[in-house]
Design a protein around this ligand. Structure first.
Ligand code: UDP
Ligand code: MG
Length: 329
């Protein structure tokens, strides 16, 4: 699916009923200023606060709005992927539904999508989030820059624009745990960044509690690198070498100072044992993270299940839900 000149805006929505009306109005106004065809795809990620009804209403009122409804909550990145599967734009812009990313910045993003640029990222100026969140972001940005080699300063900001072929490449990835900005950059050749405004969340609350944030962090880590697995081996080797060295030292001390001295070393051995057991558990935990993901992927279940797609008929596209195909074996 590809319509020349069309710009698609993909927005994941999870319990954002209070923000939706303003979001739709501001997006429509901003997009009309671009003077080119556009569509706004609102993906309801299993909301329970009536967001779905509002999306349904918006899709019925505005011909540019398309509603995609997932049967339950799959998470922000899976919801964006569901939007990617339904959009037809030559340029695809993603943004959050909570109005922290001002929709007025969309035309600027599209303007920066020039020849040779595949991804336009954004940096949040004067970020309106708590210090803990900002610190976590800084750490993550550093790690991502190191591992992908792509210099972007703000991987956490979802106000981004992608070219069609980047979106198609992402859609061909069937892994379940994805982190879209990193995935996109792994396919991009030319990238650029612009500074955008960032606003505090005025209505509703952040959907990322501690558990969800941790899970996102693990998604990010495993989607990016298998270095922790290597680190596990290195740590294991270092620990065993140190253990052997320590054993030899103890033996030597026993020979010099006699059995009396060795008995007093029992507690030292206990301490060492505990350190070893701890290291093993950390290792097993990390292995578990990967094995869990392998398990999800080999099951080959669809990434999500679309119940219905509204507003699609007008564009001469299949009315039936188009679910993500399982990976080909
Ligand atoms: N979101 C989603 N599914 C989720 C969690 C979040 O679709 O499971 C959407 C949410 O509606 C919002 C965007 O992802 O549009 C970012 O979420 P949020 O603003 O809560 O994140 P924060 O700004 O706190 O990082
Ligand atoms: Mg937000």
């Amino acid at each position: 699916m590809n319509t020349p000149g069309l710009v698609s805006i993909v927005i994941p929505v999870f319990n954002e009923a209070e923000n939706l009306d303003e979001l739709v109005n501001r997006c429509l106004a901003a997009c009309r200023r671009m003077q080119r065809p556009f569509e706004i795809i609102l993906v309801d990620d299993g909301s329970s606060d009536g967001s779905d009804a509002r999306i349904e209403q918006a899709a019925g009122t505005h011909p540019e709005v398309i509603g995609v409804f997932l049967n339950r909550n799959y998470g922000q990145h899976a919801a964006v992927m569901a939007g990617f599967d339904q959009c037809a734009g030559e340029i695809v812009v993603t943004l959050d539904a909570d109005l922290q990313n001002p929709p007025e910045e969309i035309p600027r993003l599209v303007d920066h999508m020039q020849e040779g640029i595949d991804v336009v990222g954004s940096v949040r100026a004067h970020r309106q989030d708590r210090l803990s969140r900002r610190l976590a972001s800084a750490l993550i940005n550093r790690a991502v820059q190191k591992s992908t080699g792509v210099m972007m300063h703000d991987y956490g900001c979802m106000l981004r624009a992608y070219r069609r072929h980047i979106v198609d490449a992402m859609r061909s990835c069937h892994e379940r745990s994805t982190f879209i900005p990193i995935l996109a950059n792994s396919f991009a050749r030319g990238t650029t960044e612009i500074e955008v405004r960032h606003e505090a969340r005025r209505k509703g609350s952040s959907k990322y509690g501690l558990i969800k944030l941790l899970s996102l962090l693990f998604d990010l880590l495993t989607s990016m690198t298998t270095a922790p697995l290597r680190l596990l081996g290195i740590t294991g080797a270092v620990v065993s070498v140190a253990g052997i060295g320590f054993g030899l030292l103890l033996l030597l001390m026993r020979l010099i100072f006699g059995a009396q001295w060795a008995a007093e070393g029992v507690f030292t051995l206990f301490a060492i044992l505990f350190i070893f057991v701890g290291a093993q558990f950390i290792g097993m935990g990390l292995l578990g993270e990967y094995i869990g993901r392998i398990y999800h992927d080999v099951r080959g279940r669809p990434r999500y299940f679309v119940l219905k797609v509204l507003g699609n008929e007008r564009r001469d596209r299949p009315a039936a839900p188009e679910n993500h195909p399982p990976p080909s074996k």
